[in-house]
Design a protein around this ligand. Structure first.
Ligand code: NDP
Ligand code: OXD
Length: 308
């Protein structure tokens, strides 16, 4: 049994070390040095090129290095095997930290002060208590629930929206299409932490922006394909939205001529909100390899019919 690791972005050597520290003797191969493809029984991957996993004849499980597996599901040759998401306490914590940072940026008017600085303008905006700012989190899964709870602990008024109903301490929750309007209506800051599925693709569009209060801010930390790019530009240019923080874009890296780069009311980060850390994420990988050997169900498997 050998584990193949592939990622264009993650520290693959560090992953190997952390896995070996937990499971000495594990046969870890790092792409492209995979040896005989028939040896590979599990793959730990982020953005594998389409067709790569189909070329491993004895593969028994696909372990994602990421929480979101939408890119893998777009590969028509993806083998029909258990597919597990990354659920890692460090990834969760750093996402919540990033969401809190964005909420505080808007709550403390840092977007306005940055614009004023470019105009050499000195003007104070009074800050109200955090409880007067309503932050809504779309997606109350592993990441959305933790982010919402951190926002509550900070004192924000927090609401959340998901497919099925959830109860979360301190958070007013809404579910399904019927819950979307009441969820959106009260928000000052909308945070997208949905998985990308056929139902959620393009969900951040003109129609949705019109269901928000005028002047709300958008934080997209999920996937670029949740957002219709031109609809965001129109919403910002007409004042429907005040500002947007985008950690993810439809095309990554964002092409240099894309209007988002130079829009005065868009802040961009390069898909940097959060990622799995070998020092903590390796626990899940080793546990799933143990379960695979023992014939037990794997943890955090994706329901392919739901798409997440
Ligand atoms: P989960 O699968 O744990 O949670 C998904 C949540 O979205 C659930 O609450 C689910 O509802 C809800 N949801 C799914 N479909 C719908 C729908 N059609 N309508 C309403 N709600 C829906 O995912 P995670 O929290 O682990 O991750 C969320 C996403 O964050 C990832 O898929 C990824 O795209 C993104 N991400 C981005 C990172 C970055 O660095 N920018 C890093 C890590 C992740 P229900 O609870 O009812 O099932
Ligand atoms: C993820 C990501 O889904 O890094 O984990 O985007």
């Amino acid at each position: 049994m050998a584990l193949l690791i592939y990622s264009p972005d993650d520290p693959v050597e560090l992953w190997r070390q952390e896995l070996l520290a937990r499971r000495p003797g594990l046969d870890v191969r790092i792409w492209p040095d995979l040896g005989d493809p028939a040896d590979i029984t599990a793959a730990l991957v982020w953005l594998p090129p389409p067709g790569m996993l189909a070329g491993l004849p004895n593969l028994r499980a696909i372990l994602s290095l990421a929480a979101g597996i939408d890119a893998m599901l777009r590969d028509p040759t993806l083998p029909d095997l258990p597919l597990c998401r990354m659920v890692d306490p460090s990834l969760t914590r750093s996402m919540s930290e990033f969401v809190l940072l964005q909420a505080l940026k808007y709550h403390r008017h840092l977007d306005l002060y940055a614009a004023q600085q470019r105009r050499a303008e000195w003007r104070l905006y009074l800050t109200r208590p955090a409880s007067t700012t309503t932050v809504g989190v779309m997606g109350l899964g592993v990441l959305g629930q933790d982010a919402a709870s951190l926002l509550v602990r900070h004192g924000f008024n927090v609401t959340g929206w998901s497919r099925s109903p959830h109860e979360l301490e301190g958070v007013t929750t809404y579910a399904g299409e019927a819950g979307l309007d009441p969820f959106l209506a009260s928000l000052d800051i909308l945070v997208c932490l949905l998985p990308l599925t056929p139902e959620t693709e393009n969900i951040l569009n003109t129609a949705l922006f019109h269901r928000l209060k005028a002047g709300a801010c958008l934080v997209n930390v999920a996937r670029g394909r949740h957002l219709v790019d031109q609809d965001l530009i129109d919403a910002l240019d007409t004042g429907r939205l005040a500002h947007a923080s985008l950690d993810v874009t439809r095309e990554e890296p964002l092409p240099p001529d894309h209007p988002f780069w130079r829009h005065p009311r868009i802040d961009l980060t390069p898909h940097a909100a959060s990622y799995g850390q070998p020092s903590t994420g390796a626990d899940l990988v080793v546990e799933n390899l143990r379960r695979l050997d023992a014939g037990e169900p794997l943890l955090h498997t994706v329901d392919r019919t739901r798409g997440y």
